[in-house]
Design a binder for this molecule. Structure first.
Ligand code: ZN
Ligand code: ZN
Length: 258
């Protein structure tokens, strides 16, 4: 992924508050379309411009064609607050983030979320690398706001349940690993809807951290339909279970793995 800077030139009378509002609104729309990654975007003023530091999944992320309908509107609104279209300067590769999937198209996707990654939660099923959301192949022009908002909640809970001295004992873990938790039901529903829209499988990853019985854990059934779903060999070195009809994947509880 790439570290880049956006320059918004001041082209008409504006106030600091209006300019900030316009930039904030535009960056938010870029987040919801997966065009920029992360949560913090240092923004400063220097002479006649504002500058924002962002991380892009790919160099074409800010092309007009990559924008959602809402993003295009936000782009036009910049002029109403006295700012130019942003000028993009790519500064270099981000050493701290992982690689974006290079495939031009995808036969299947995996919806996979974890606490530490700021990248897209949609992965190429073949290479298990994140696909920028704007590259997923949606044609409606709608953005991924609900998926990005779900990701934020997932990561907040996952972050808590990963801590040794967690402040929410068990409840955070149950949210993340229980198939019928509100969190997973919301995520699974989004995977189902996307699968229908794109007309391809979108597997949903169900995290498994701990288990009351490690012998039974390796024999567990699909939590959705109750079928056997154990794979002969793990997929991408992570998924030990896969139910094709339910498009669900999971792992042997990490606490039960050698
Ligand atoms: Zn791929
Ligand atoms: Zn199933």
């Amino acid at each position: 992924m790439l570290v880049a800077e956006l320059e918004f030139k001041i082209i008409a009378d504006t106030s600091f508050a209006d300019a900030e509002k316009g930039i904030r609104f535009y960056l938010e729309k870029l987040i919801f379309q997966g065009q920029i990654l992360g949560r913090e975007f240092p923004t400063y003023q220097a002479q006649d411009s504002f500058f924002s530091r962002v991380v892009l999944p790919q160099a074409d992320a800010l092309d007009k064609a990559s924008h959602s309908k809402a993003g295009l509107i936000a782009l036009e609104l910049l002029q109403q607050v006295g700012l130019s279209y942003p000028k993009l300067t790519i500064l270099g590769y981000d050493l701290m983030s992982n690689h974006t999937d290079p495939c031009p198209g995808h036969a299947a996707l995996i919806l996979f979320c974890s606490f530490s990654a700021t990248n897209s939660v949609l992965y190429c099923a073949e290479h298990f690398a994140p696909i920028p959301l704007y590259k997923v192949g949606r044609t409606s022009g709608e953005d991924f706001e609900s998926l990005v908002r779900w990701q934020l909640q997932y990561q907040a809970l996952d972050e808590i349940q990963m801590q040794e001295k967690r402040v929410l004992f068990k409840s955070a873990e149950q949210s993340v690993q229980g198939f019928y938790s509100g969190l997973n039901q919301q995520g699974y529903k989004q995977a189902r809807a996307l699968s229908k829209e794109l007309n391809k499988p979108v597997y949903y990853y169900l995290y498994s951290g701990s288990s009351a019985d490690c012998v039974l854990d390796a024999e567990k059934k699909c939590p959705s339909c109750g079928s056997d779903w154990k794979l002969g060999q793990s997929w991408h070195g992570l998924f030990d279970f896969c139910c094709e009809p339910c498009q669900l994947v999971s792992n042997i509880a990490f606490d039960c793995q050698p």
